[in-house]
Design a binder for this molecule. Structure first.
Ligand code: ADP
Length: 253
């Protein structure tokens, strides 16, 4: 999926809480189009790292570059507007609206407005034609065109997941951060969801925190292993599964 171009660069990131360094000098680059998974034991710093990338937390030290520009001091909405999409874990679907309305609203708001749904209700727009086409294209891509006029609340579980991913896609992000999107799902639901993410967000760069290591090994281009706030290893699934220190610290021998 990648073309060798760097889309995200973290340089010497540090995040301390009091005297404790949750992120301790992390540097990494992510290529455009890459599917990168972040793994590591509980407390390794994975969610904190995401919060530094999205701007939810200020860095203690270090620099974040996105699309070649420094974004370390930008607010979360400013980062969304640049193309750093949020995960669908915080549900972004309106249950009382139809499938089509949900996708349409997101397409209409899109990331250039920081995905402000309330404003998008009232936004005057001369591009209804474009938006209708875009909406149809996304409904097809997530395979929900046959239930486009049903209420989101009436959807079956799997279709609801599809709609959530469609809403992410409609905001046209460049990079999407997924923090355990499959938390609480069965093994089959997890597999389906991650595969769907990969299939639908094919033009996006994906950063995924996921516990199902088998799935991570199967689908990632590269994996970053965090341990106690530091990068323990980074590489292709084959490199990671063959790495002795990862085996010792994390994969349990
Ligand atoms: P992971 O996502 O890998 O499980 P986290 O990033 O959630 O790890 O947490 C890394 C460490 O930082 C943990 O020890 C956690 O207790 C600590 N931590 C995270 N957020 C805070 C906070 N707001 N205040 C104090 N400690 C925190």
């Amino acid at each position: 999926r990648t073309n060798g171009e760097t889309v995200l660069e973290l340089d010497g990131l540090v995040k301390t809480f009091g005297a404790f360094a949750a992120i301790d000098d992390v540097s990494m680059t992510v290529e455009r189009g890459e599917f990168r998974s972040i793994i590591g034991p509980n407390g390794a710093g994975k969610t904190t790292l995401f919060n530094l990338i999205s701007g939810a937390l200020p860095v203690t030290d270090g620099t974040v570059y996105f699309d070649g520009e420094e974004i370390t001091k930008l607010s979360p909405p400013e980062r969304v507007a640049r193309g750093i999409g949020r995960s669908f874990q915080i549900s972004n679907v309106f249950g009382g609206l139809s499938v089509r309305e949900n996708v349409r609203l997101a397409a209409q708001a899109d990331r250039r407005d920081g995905y402000n749904l309330v404003e998008s209700f009232f936004k005057p727009t001369g591009r209804y034609g474009d938006i209708n086409q875009e909406t149809d294209r996304i409904l097809e891509r997530i395979d929900l065109d046959h239930v486009a006029d049903e209420e989101a609340d009436a959807l079956a579980y799997g279709d609801r997941r599809r709609l959530e991913i469609g809403v992410v896609l409609a905001t046209d992000p460049e990079l999407v951060l997924f923090d355990e999107p499959t938390a609480g799902m069965s093994v089959e639901e997890t597999q389906e969801t991650i595969e769907l993410i990969e299939e639908v967000l094919v033009d996006q760069t994906l950063l995924l925190i996921e516990h199902d290591i088998e799935l991570v090994m199967e689908l990632s281009d590269r994996i970053t292993v965090l341990n106690q706030g530091e990068i323990l290893a980074e590489g292709t699934p084959a490199q990671i599964s063959g790495n002795q220190s990862v085996q010792d610290a994390y994969l349990g021998g």
